[in-house]
Write a protein that binds this ligand. Structure first.
Ligand code: SF4
Ligand code: SF4
Length: 56
């Protein structure tokens, strides 16, 4: 299990700053989560102003 960022992302960067394992990076237009690194903590979903990170 890992979180995934949907196309609702506005590329603000808040989630990347808060990720404890540095699993989030800026992708092509939206931010992306490295599923192998994600520990499923949910911090990105809480930090996001538009609810883009969702649990898969
Ligand atoms: Fe990082 Fe936690 Fe979000 Fe996974 S759920 S990407 S570990 S902040
Ligand atoms: Fe995108 Fe939300 Fe992360 Fe901002 S906090 S970069 S809107 S997923």
């Amino acid at each position: 299990m890992a979180y995934k960022i949907t196309e609702d992302c506005i590329a603000c960067g808040a989630c990347a700053e808060g990720c404890p394992v540095d699993a989030i990076s800026e992708g092509d237009g939206i931010y992306v989560i490295d599923a192998d690194a994600c520990i499923d903590c949910g911090a990105c979903a809480e930090a996001c102003p538009v609810g883009a990170p969702v649990a898969e």
